[in-house]
Write a protein that binds this ligand. Structure first.
Ligand SMILES: Cc1ncc(COP(=O)(O)O)c(C=O)c1O
Length: 250
């Protein structure tokens, strides 16, 4: 963020942050959501705080906030009636060609309850991450996620990196071996330039972004959710350790 901020300041750019995974997290003591001109959070079903679907934008810029409020619901100025009529009037004005991006009241009600639990749920994730890190740090073919002293992660995902040169199997086979042992995992994410749309539209091809590809080939995401039981955490640790031991190069 420091480098991005310096670049933005140099060229007078605004920063729009994709913080889909980042509630609650912080960077050098500042909560994510208070760092940039606009920050967008996702409340999709898999996220750390969910309303089923939906999300949140934070900004300290009043003008942007007003425009976002207008554009999220048909370009209607919500307060227009206050200016022209008695409170409660039917009057409204469409000021712009807006969108239908409003959050439903039901989703918002769920979100407010979730918000109250946000720190508690994050602490539960953090405790599981610490268990995983402690178990995996001694295994040389595994690279646990890095923890930085000046930032706090929301731990939306636990991404384990494999040191492929120390294994006789690849990441896909590692995932299959875990599946055989009853552990479901996933991969976050497939680099955009490997998807047909981006290849067809922009002419991207494999090899265009070698760092993204080499990381992609060695990552997998382990189960991580606040209500994981001790037995579930232990089962994940045992299965990963077993696969690492069975296929690690001696
Ligand atoms: C990094 C990132 N940005 C944006 C999104 C999109 O969020 P939403 O599904 O709320 O539109 C996601 C969703 O998975 C994401 O992972």
């Amino acid at each position: 963020m420091e480098q991005i901020q310096a670049l933005a300041a140099k060229h007078q750019l605004r920063i729009i942050e994709d913080a889909a995974h980042a509630l609650p997290s912080s960077y050098r003591g500042t909560p994510i959501g208070a760092l940039s001109d606009i920050t967008a959070f996702s409340f999709y079903a898999t996220k750390t705080l969910t309303t089923g679907e939906g999300g949140m934008i934070t900004t300290e810029n009043g003008q942007l906030a007003d425009r976002i409020r207008i554009m999220r619901l048909h370009g209607i100025e919500r307060d227009a009636w206050k200016r022209y009529s008695n409170e409660g009037s039917w009057f409204y004005q469409v000021l712009e060609a807006g969108f239908k991006y409003n959050m439903t009241d039901i989703a918002a009600a769920i979100g407010l309850v979730q918000l109250g639990k946000c720190d508690e749920l994050c602490a539960a994730r953090q405790a599981i991450v610490e268990r995983y890190n402690a178990a995996f740090k001694a295994v040389s073919c595994l690279e646990a996620p890095h923890d930085y002293a000046d930032r706090k992660s929301a731990w939306h995902l636990y991404i384990l990196r494999l040191r492929l040169e120390q294994l006789s199997i690849n990441r896909d086979q590692f995932i299959s071996e875990l599946k055989k042992r009853g552990i479901g995992t996933s991969v976050h994410f497939i680099p955009l330039h490997l998807h047909p749309f981006y290849q067809n539209k922009f002419g991207h091809k494999p090899g265009d972004f070698p760092n993204a590809e080499s990381e992609y080939r060695r990552v997998l995401s382990l189960p991580l959710f606040p209500t994981m039981s001790d037995a579930e955490i232990n089962a994940v640790i045992a299965a990963v350790a077993e696969v690492a031991s069975a296929f690690g190069r001696k």
